[in-house]
Design a binder for this molecule. Sequence first.
Ligand SMILES: [Fe+2]
Ligand SMILES: [Fe+2]
Length: 266
Amino acid sequence: MLIAQISDCHIRRPGDVAFGRVDTATCLERCVACVNGLSPRPDIAVITGDLVDSAESVEYRNLRRLLDRLAMPYYLIPGNHDGREGMREVFRDHLYLFEHSDWIQYEIPGFPLRVLMLDTLVPGEESGMMDAPRLAWLEARLASAPQQPTMIFMHHPPFDTGVADMDRIKCQGTDGLARLLACHPQVLKISCGHVHRAVQAMWAGKPVWVAPSSAHQIALDLNAERVPAQYVLEPSGFLLHLWRADLGVVTHYCVADRYPGPYPFE
Ligand SMILES: [Fe+2]
Ligand SMILES: [Fe+2]
């Protein structure tokens, strides 16, 4: 099974350029073309939050125009820039968005690797939250299939990256999540967004990835007190998660652009 993870698209209304500099729609267009050009083609794509910039319906309609070009089914979860109402209005045929009235958490069915999508959005807050009701949902899901290899996606990472301004707004309330994961060895990996850089760490005994943004990246700055964060126009990217029974989950960081090659070694 092959999963493409696109994150932090920050789509705006048509023609609107972020910070007067970043054409997030063109960036996503390029990312979608790269994902569609992969061989073998991913089975699904997951879009892990900050889908749009201001949660306006017009932005979600612009997003949909771009994501509908994906050659495989795609699944959405919200980030701190999103609104569940706008997502549900524009993607009303994505029935998984309606499984719970309070959040957008669901399982992607039909694959040997179980994929659980979590909602860490707290309206009006930049940081995320894994509170008791959302955690209870996850606990019940994990308990229902303790033998099935499982991967979790969520927008806000639970761990500190060393980028001070992003760590300030990570996922809160994660002690319960850490305790739950300790009881469930079938969870092979967690992957997030939000930080706009490819980052990887071990947290609660699990490998946790952060996907880069399909648009602008956060500047690499590990000075502990340096805030606010700044953005850079480094190459954008996406993650490709390969699951095989003999491998587990192997994650490849992919640059969302085309380069010369490949060439044979001769
Ligand atoms: Fe973002
Ligand atoms: Fe975010």
